[in-house]
Ligand binder design. Sequence first.
Ligand code: NAP
Length: 273
Amino acid sequence: MILVTGATGTVGRPLVADLAAAGHPVRALTRSPRTATFPAGVESCDSAHPDLDGVTSVFVNPAALWRSERTLFDAARAAGVTRVVTLSSSSVLTGDSDHAVANRHRELEAAAEDAAPEFVHLRPDAFAANARQWIGQVRTGDTVAGPYAHAVTAPVHEDDLAAVAARALTGSIPSGEAPVLTGPQPLSFTEQVGILGATLGRPLRYREIPHAAARDAMLSGPWMTEEIADSLLRYFASCVETPTPVSPDLERILGHPGRTFAEWTADRVAEFR
Ligand SMILES: NC(=O)c1ccc[n+]([C@@H]2O[C@H](COP(=O)([O-])OP(=O)(O)OC[C@H]3O[C@@H](n4cnc5c(N)ncnc54)[C@H](OP(=O)(O)O)[C@@H]3O)[C@@H](O)[C@H]2O)c1
C-alpha cells in the first residue's frame, strides 16, 4: 500500500492517478475524505488521522502536513514503512542559510531519513503551475504584473513530477537519490507570459513591479509569511543574474524530456479563460 499525502494537490492528484492506473494500492490523504474524489479503488483517509496499516511507501508533501510531519514520521516508523519520498525543493542546494523555504525542506529531508530505511528526496525547481497565480490578471486584462521580469527559471510540469514520484515510491529510483527536477527550457517570467498569451491567442505582457510592491502583494496571500516572501524574492533576484540551469535528472529518470511550459499552458488553458 502506498500512502500519498496532499493527494488532492498539484502533484498529489496526478500521482494518485498514475499509481492507481498502474494497479498499485493507494491510500490518499485529504482533509476532506468524505467529499474528495479519487480514481476507483483508491482509499481515502483523513489527513488528521493517517492510517499507516499495511503501508510500505509514503509520499510526503509538506504543504499538506503543515508542520505535522513528526506525527506522520513517528507513525511510519512504528508501522515499519520501508520507503519515504519527500516533495522537497532545489532550494536546499542554495548556500543561503536564511532561506526559509530551504530550511523547511532541509528539516523535512532529515526527518524523513530518520523515519524509514529508504528515502528519496525530490527536489523540484519552480512549478509550471505557479503560473496559476496569474489567472486573475489574465482573465481581466492583457498585463501580468509581478517582480523580476528577467528572472529565469526552468518550470516543471506537475505531471512529470508525479511520474518521477511514482517511480520513486515503487522502488525504481535507488534509495538516497535526490534528483533535481526542472523543465526542459530556461524561461524568464516575460517569456512565460508571452507563451501563455500565444496559447490563449492574444498578446499578453509582463510588467515588472518593484520588489517592495511585489512583497506587499505576496503578503496579502493567505499562507504567506515574511520569511517565505523574502526568500522567494531573493531567489527571483538571483535568477536574473544566474538563470536556473536545466537539470538532466528528470529526463534520465523518465527516459524522455520533460514537458515544456508551452505544453503546460495548452494542458491548462481552460483555467485562464
Ligand atoms: N511551487 C513551487 O514552485 C515549488 C517548488 C519546489 C517545491 N515545491 C514543494 O511543493 C509543495 C506544494 O506541492 P503541491 O502544489 O502539490 O501542494 P498543494 O497543492 O499546495 O497542497 C497539497 C494539498 O495539501 C492540502 N493542504 C493545503 N493547505 C493545507 C493546510 N494548511 N493544512 C493541511 N493541508 C493542507 C490540500 O489538500 P486537502 O484540502 O485535500 O487536504 C492540498 O490539495 C510545497 O510545499 C513545496 O514543498 C513547490
